[in-house]
Design a protein around this ligand. Structure first.
Ligand code: GDP
Ligand code: MG
Ligand code: ZN
Length: 280
């Protein structure tokens, strides 16, 4: 029987199979012996004696929190306190694209902007939508409820961005502040808590925020280029064009930045990420 590991407590694996939870042990003699099961793993169990027989191939796996097979990541992005940062947003999108996680953007605190600030930020936010990302405002609770169905979702966002407020509005039983406190205190405290997949609107939500530290040094520049999905729409003269030093007439991406087809902050962040943010 096929299921997904939703929680691990020492050597006990909680496996959800069509909504029924089996508490399983692992014999550790999987076909691929190097695999240690983590939360999010899809597996085959023998439900008669509650043993995990096999861990199925992973789509991706995160280190912190340690969880596998994430489908999508909800990026909670505030426009004020903390201020809107295209750098952080683009960095989170990049990390998700590289890990085969679909980025979904949730904008918060638009109510704190003046009308002129709204006029400034709206086109930027609309841009992300125009290049294919789902963008929601945290006022659109009913729409947001629909994104979780049949997916495993992780969430992220700066402290104060409005993550807890959002999940409280989605479901009053969700309270992840314990997890966040443990992250703020770091390792070695008594607050360490195991990651768990919780049910939310016919899907699964990782109950601990992801991507608390983002390190670009292990991502090669070609992957960074591919992760700026809209650049792929432009056919530069040279197929392997990095959109950096080439003359503007040969590089359609640079041309698009100049004529407004590509958001300039996206391009600037791309250059910073290629340099591993050294000059940001
Ligand atoms: N004005 C305004 N305040 C918000 C909004 N979302 C959250 N907040 C407030 O921002 C603060 C931080 O929110 P919280 O949900 O704790 O952020 P977290 O650190 O990401 O979990 C709290 O005082 C919330 O009441 C919003 O859309 N508008
Ligand atoms: Mg919080
Ligand atoms: Zn180019």
């Amino acid at each position: 029987m096929k299921g997904q590991i939703i929680k691990i407590i020492s050597n006990l694996y909680f496996v959800s199979c069509d909504g029924v939870i089996y508490q399983c042990h692992s014999r550790g003699n999987f076909r691929n012996k190097k695999i240690t099961p983590v939360v999010g793993d899809y597996c085959v169990i023998n439900e008669k004696d509650n043993y995990i027989l096999e861990i199925l191939p992973r789509k991706n796996v995160l280190v912190r929190p340690q969880v596998a097979n994430i489908d999508q990541g909800l990026i909670v992005t505030s426009l004020k306190t903390p201020d809107f940062s295209t750098n952080l947003l683009d960095k989170l999108i990049l990390i998700m694209e590289v890990n085969n996680i679909k980025p979904i953007i949730c904008i918060t605190k638009e109510d704190l902007l003046s009308d002129s600030e709204k006029d400034e930020t709206r086109p930027i936010i609309d841009y992300y939508q125009s290049i294919g990302y789902d963008v929601f405002y945290n006022s659109e609770i009913e729409k947001i409820k629909k994104i979780f169905k049949d997916k495993t979702t992780v969430f992220t966002g700066q402290t104060g961005a409005g993550k807890s407020s959002l999940f409280n509005k989605l479901d009053r039983n969700l309270n992840f502040d314990v997890g966040e406190v443990s992250m703020a205190l770091g390792r070695g405290k008594h607050t360490t808590r195991c990651v768990e997949l919780v049910n939310l609107f016919d899907g699964k939500l990782v109950d601990t925020p992801g991507f608390s530290s983002i390190d670009l040094t292990n991502i090669d520049n070609d992957d960074i280029r591919k992760s700026f999905v809209e650049f792929g729409e432009y056919e530069c003269k040279y197929k392997d064009c990095t959109h950096t030093n080439e003359g503007a007439c040969d590089c359609k991406v640079k041309e698009a930045v100049l004529n407004g087809g590509i958001l300039s902050s996206r391009y600037e962040n791309y250059i910073k990420f290629l340099n591993k943010d050294k000059y940001s």
